[in-house]
Ligand binder design. Structure first.
Ligand code: ZN
Length: 287
């Protein structure tokens, strides 16, 4: 599009519903692919059942003092860059809105080599994989309206990053989906701690991710821990921050032992380390 046309379009955009943005804070100022957003709205008065809406994703909000609402939203790794509108909705009613421009973010490319059994799946393995994906998808669809954690998150494993978030992968020379989490160094048996309180939503031995644990923290926030050698929690269990939830392993499609830590916000894949920082911002806005 020609720059002047784009600018004219932006003016129309800004003159539209964005004027209702008073009292709506979005952090950080720049929305990028694969990054979290912390949202605070102060519509005034008691508002129940309000949600953040972006690109068809919805996330419930927590109550903050002064009739304000605070929540988290994600920009997925594969969301198209460009202008869009973030809204605070109560059913069909738009309480506030803000025009945002999603910026592209390059995370690089990695090449890995794995056993051939992970490239060509037998019909049985494919059926197993699809069933495992369906179970995880059901957890990612969770929108518990209550916030099960409080305060800033901590790291689940205090060690070096050996695989960064968002890299496009070439597996045995073939393109695969981008790296949806961060790989943290750890030997087999190293304890993994819950970074925040939540409820264990899934413990499952899977084809690609090996033994995994998913924790639902409420408000559409779900964290994942993959390639474990052992799970120390059971489905449905409530965990407190710092509680050991499992041990590092090398199960599933891996090139060696490590913890794959990932995070979804309203279903969007975001950088879990960026979320740890964002969670401190969210805690600040909830005070
Ligand atoms: Zn990984």
């Amino acid at each position: 599009m020609r720059p002047w046309l784009w600018a004219a379009g932006l003016l129309v955009w800004l003159a539209g519903p964005a004027l209702a943005a008073s009292g709506l804070e979005v952090w950080p100022a720049v929305a990028e692919q694969g990054q979290p957003l912390v949202v605070k709205a102060c519509p005034g008065g008691q508002v129940t059942g309000a949600e953040i809406s972006l690109l068809g994703r919805r996330a419930p909000l927590a109550q903050a003092p002064g009739g304000c609402l605070v929540g988290a939203m994600g920009v997925d790794l594969d969301d198209q860059p460009g202008p869009m509108v973030l809204e605070i909705r109560q059913g069909q009613r738009v309480l506030a809105s803000r025009a945002l421009t999603i910026k592209a973010r390059g995370y690089g490319t990695r090449q890995i080599t794995v056993d051939g059994k992970f490239m060509e799946l037998s019909p049985e393995d494919l059926a197993r994989h699809q069933e495992e994906m369906a179970q995880q998808k059901a957890v990612y669809a969770s929108r518990l309206p209550s916030m099960l954690w409080s305060g800033p998150w901590q790291t689940p494993l205090d060690s070096a990053v050996v695989g960064v978030f968002g890299r496009r992968s070439l597996v045995n020379g073939q393109p695969r989906s981008p790296h949806g989490g961060v790989d943290l160094r750890g030997g087999v048996g190293t304890p993994i701690q819950a970074p925040a309180a939540g409820r264990v939503a899934l413990v499952l031995d899977t084809y690609f991710s090996g033994l995994l644990v998913l924790i639902d923290h409420g408000l559409g926030v779900v964290s994942g821990y993959r390639h474990l050698s052992r799970a120390m929690v059971a489905q449905g269990q409530v965990v407190r921050p710092g509680q050991v939830i499992g041990l590092v392993g090398a199960s599933g499609r891996v090139t060696g032992p490590h913890l794959h830590f990932d995070l979804r916000l309203a279903g969007a894949r975001v950088d879990p380390l960026a979320w740890i920082k964002a969670s401190a911002e969210m805690a600040r806005r909830l005070r």
